[in-house]
Design a protein around this ligand. Structure first.
Ligand SMILES: CC(C)(COP(=O)(O)OP(=O)(O)OC[C@H]1O[C@@H](n2cnc3c(N)ncnc32)[C@H](O)[C@@H]1OP(=O)(O)O)[C@@H](O)C(=O)NCCC(=O)NCCS
Length: 276
C-alpha cells in the first residue's frame, strides 16, 4: 500500500466515524444485520448506512440485496424515505446489493481539505451568519432557491425568488435559526453590496471532523467565485475552532471543481441510494 493510500484509508476511517456519529444527536438507531437505520426524532429524516466497523468484520462485510431489502422494508413500515448512504471504498459490496434491490444510486465525489483553504478575493462580503443575524432568513432562502435550480449554470433566478421563498416559508428560517443557535451547525453567507444575501453554505462539526453541506448560490450570482469564497470561509472557521478534518461531497464533477479550487482533494465516492 502506498503512503497516499494509507493516508486516505485513515481519512476514510475518520469520515466513517463522523457519518455514524452525526445523526445520533437527533436520531434513534436500529441494527438490521450489517446496516444501521437512523430514525430521526424530528426534522430531517435520516437514512440507513453500513454498521460502523463493518469493514473489519469479514463475515459481515459482504452485504447482499436481501440485507438491503430488509432495511428498506423497515423504512417503509416506519413511513420513512427508503434510502441508504455509504462510502464506496469502505463498503464496496453495497453498490451492487443496492442496485439489485432496485435502488437508484448517485455516486458523488467525496473530498477532503488538504492543507489550508485558498482564499481568493471576491466582489462580495462573505461572513459568518449567527442565529440572531437579521440576514439569516434571506441566506437560508438563497440556499433553498439555489438547490431548486441545480447544476452550476448562471440563470435569471435571483433576489425576487429569494424574497418570495422567505415569505412563503418563514418556518424554514426558524429551523435554520435553531440549528445555528445549537452550535451544531455554522452558516456563512455571501452578500452583494446592493441586493444583500445571494448565497451561502454551512458546516457541521462533530468533534474534530466537520462536513461542509448545503453550499448554493442564486443562479443570477453564480460564476463569480462566491461559492469558492463561502467554502473557504467555512473551512477557515472550522480549522480555527478545533476541527482538523474538513470534508464534503459534491453532487457532480462540476461542483467538485469548485471545492478543488479551494484545496479539497478527492478521497473516495459517497453513494446516496433512493428507492423513488
Ligand atoms: C455549485 C455552486 C454552489 C457554485 O457556485 P458559484 O458561486 O458559481 O461557484 P464559483 O463561482 O466559486 O465557481 C464556479 C465556476 O466559476 C468560475 N469563476 C469563479 N470566479 C469567476 C469569475 N470572477 N469570472 C468567471 N468565472 C469565475 C470558477 O472557476 C468555476 O469554473 P469551473 O466550473 O470551470 O470550475 C452553484 O452553481 C449552485 O448553487 N448550484 C446548485 C446547488 C449545488 O449543486 N450545490 C452544491 C451541492 S454539493
Amino acid at each position: 500500500m502506498t503512503a497516499d493510500a494509507a493516508t486516505d484509508g485513515l481519512i476514510l476511517a475518520r469520515l466513517e466515524g463522523y457519518y455514524d456519529l452525526a445523526p445520533r444527536g437527533n436520531a434513534d438507531t436500529e441494527e438490521h444485520g450489517p446496516l444501521t437505520l437512523f430514525v430521526s426524532r424530528g426534522g430531517y429524516p435520516y437514512y440507513a448506512r453500513p454498521r460502523l466497523g463493518l469493514g473489519d468484520d469479514v463475515s459481515a462485510a459482504h452485504i447482499t440485496a436481501a440485507d438491503v431489502e430488509a432495511v428498506l422494508a423497515r423504512q417503509r413500515e416506519l413511513g420513512l424515505p427508503r434510502n441508504l448512504e455509504w462510502v464506496d471504498e469502505v463498503t464496496p459490496t453495497l453498490l451492487a446489493a443496492a442496485r439489485s434491490a432496485g435502488l437508484q444510486v448517485e455516486e458523488c465525489p467525496l473530498l477532503v481539505l488538504d492543507g489550508e483553504p485558498a482564499a481568493r478575493p471576491v466582489d462580495a462580503e462573505v461572513r459568518l451568519v449567527e442565529a440572531d443575524d437579521p440576514d439569516l432568513g434571506r441566506v437560508h432562502s438563497c440556499i433553498g432557491v439555489g438547490f431548486a435550480t441545480g447544476g452550476t449554470a448562471l440563470g435569471k433566478t435571483g433576489v425576487a425568488e429569494r424574497d418570495a421563498d422567505l415569505a412563503a416559508h418563514p418556518d424554514g428560517a426558524d429551523r435554520a435559526r435553531e440549528a445555528s443557535a445549537s452550535g451544531r451547525t455554522f452558516l456563512v453567507g455571501a452578500f452583494d453590496a446592493v441586493v444583500g444575501a445571494v448565497g451561502g453554505g454551512s458546516y457541521n462539526p462533530r468533534g474534530d471532523v466537520a462536513e461542509i453541506v448545503g453550499v448554493a448560490m442564486l443562479p443570477a450570482y453564480r460564476r463569480r467565485g462566491y461559492a469558492g469564497a463561502v467554502t473557504s470561509a467555512l473551512a477557515r472557521h472550522a480549522l480555527d475552532h478545533g476541527v482538523t478534518t474538513v470534508f464534503c461531497s459534491a453532487q457532480s464533477a462540476d461542483v467538485a471543481r469548485v471545492y478543488e479550487a479551494v484545496g479539497f482533494r478527492r478521497v473516495g465516492t459517497a453513494c446516496i441510494a433512493e428507492a423513488d
